[in-house]
Design a protein around this ligand. Structure first.
Ligand SMILES: Cc1cc2nc3c(=O)[nH]c(=O)nc-3n(C[C@H](O)[C@H](O)[C@H](O)COP(=O)(O)OP(=O)(O)OC[C@H]3O[C@@H](n4cnc5c(N)ncnc54)[C@H](O)[C@@H]3O)c2cc1C
Length: 411
């Protein structure tokens, strides 16, 4: 995403920050290894370990140069800037094709959650290693029976002396195979209604009983895993937030997740589709021009949504559904732009990297596209959030707020 950003900054300070960030990123981008570039959900690389190493090296460089934790408090190693500056930085970094995707669960989601809900000891222990890229994190939330309805988690933890003992299964865990730590939701009070009996834990992924099994996607890569936890002992000091109060912690993480996915705009660029179309001599085709105009408009809308969220954040007026809007638009844009590129490529699309200039990237976006509609909350769930929080429509009727979790029918 490039076109809509440079002139959008609401304040002179933001514009100056953008110029400074751009200069630093462009001066150092050549040193970013290939794994730091463009590894989103569509990553096909089998060597995610190498990609994770490159991503960590880039994050460390940011930390050492004062470009890490931009919105984190200064006492936690950050720069204490408004959240809008994170978005500006992300746009500039994305423009040169560098992604923090492999470490973004920690940097964009777990870190801010620990800052909000963690104890001083947890701040000291986890934040700096995360910012420095020394420790990567994954999100152990979803389960086979708990995705959109996340509060239905059945993985459970029982207190035993100074530890909790965790048993259960997680699924879709992005980056689990190369993560050092996981943020986990587990049921600790099955007699309570489902939102009230969950606790959030910080789990060392090398603990005995943690079994990570990568899942292969249709892109060919194995971006996420299923994770089995059998008798995993987690020290009581690793509870994040209150025991049985994990739902509030989860909501914090999910809010940051929507902003991360919608805010970075990592993905195909309409400009690149146009370049491709020129090479294939498709720019005179009226239906193609129409579709290209749609993709370009989608990209501009994404830019405007980002601009609106930045302006609201600068004024402290974020209302919580802006991330949903951006995430919806982002998922749609990736689908439209990548299917358009495949139309241009025609039979060459089947040959992957046959065309040197294409290098299979459009196939990756196309095949990875559907996952953007699901990850971080499906399109339908984002629409529910926008309807309820943005438009003030009544919430769906539900009967699961008062019954104890153990009495709820489950599949
Ligand atoms: C690439 C990728 C990466 C992911 N990474 C992680 C990760 O790192 N950690 C993690 O914990 N999870 C992760 N997820 C899981 C993701 O959060 C869930 O897949 C998602 O929340 C949907 O849950 P589900 O798959 O169980 O689908 P379900 O919840 O079973 O939904 C099935 C269908 O029903 C619809 N639906 C469900 N409820 C409603 C409703 N109330 N109103 C309208 N429609 C509804 C959904 O929109 C969907 O179309 C990832 C997913 C993907 C695709």
């Amino acid at each position: 995403m490039t076109a809509a950003t440079a002139t959008d900054d609401a304040t002179r300070e933001a514009a100056a920050f953008r110029a400074e960030a751009r200069a630093w990123i462009r001066a150092h981008a050549p040193s970013a290894g290939p794994g730091a570039r463009g590894t989103g959900f569509s990553a096909s690389s089998d060597d995610q370990g190498a990609a994770a190493r490159d991503a960590r090296a880039w994050v460390r460089l940011r930390y050492e140069s004062g470009w890490a934790g931009l919105s984190w408090p200064i006492e936690h190693g950050g720069r204490g800037l408004p959240i809008a500056f994170e978005r500006i930085y992300a746009e500039e970094q994305t423009a040169v094709g560098i992604s923090n995707a492999l470490l973004q669960v920690g940097l964009g989601m777990v870190g801010p959650t620990i800052i909000k809900h963690g104890t001083p000891e947890q701040h000291d222990r986890y934040l700096t290693p995360m910012l420095r890229g020394d420790e990567g994190w994954c999100q152990l939330f979803s389960e086979p029976g708990a995705g959109s309805d996340l509060a239905a988690v059945a993985c459970h933890a029982v207190r035993d002396g100074d530890d909790w003992v965790v048993d259960g299964q997680k699924v879709w865990t992005s980056g689990a195979a190369h993560s050092d730590w996981g943020i986990l939701l587990a049921r600790t009070a099955p007699d309570q209604p489902k939102h009230r009996g969950i606790t959030c834990f910080l789990v060392d992924m090398t603990s005995p009983g943690v079994d990570v099994r990568p899942l292969r996607q249709m892109t060919g890569g194995a971006h996420f895993s299923e994770v089995f936890l059998t008798g995993v002992r987690v020290p009581a000091a690793n509870v994040l937030g209150d025991v049985d109060g994990g739902w509030a912690v989860a909501l914090t993480t999910l809010g940051f997740e929507r902003n991360v996915i919608g805010g970075t705009n990592l993905g195909p660029d309409a400009e690149d589709v146009l370049t491709l179309a020129k090479r294939y001599g498709r720019t005179d085709d009226a239906t193609f021009r129409d579709a290209l105009a749609r993709a370009y408009s989608g990209e501009r809308i994404l830019g405007f949504l980002g601009q609106r969220a930045r302006a609201a954040a600068t004024r402290g007026l974020l209302r919580g559904y802006e991330g949903s809007l951006a995430k919806l638009a982002h998922a749609q844009h990736i689908r439209e732009a990548s299917s358009l590129a495949l139309r241009v490529l025609g039979a060459d699309a089947l040959l992957g990297g046959a065309d040197a200039a294409d290098d299979g990237v459009w196939q990756q976006y196309f095949l990875g596209g559907p996952s953007y509609r699901i990850a971080g909350g499906t399109d339908e769930i984002q629409r529910n959030l926008i309807a309820e929080r943005g438009l003030g429509l009544p919430a769906e009727p539900r009967n699961d707020r008062t019954l104890p979790f153990r009495d709820l029918p489950r599949n």
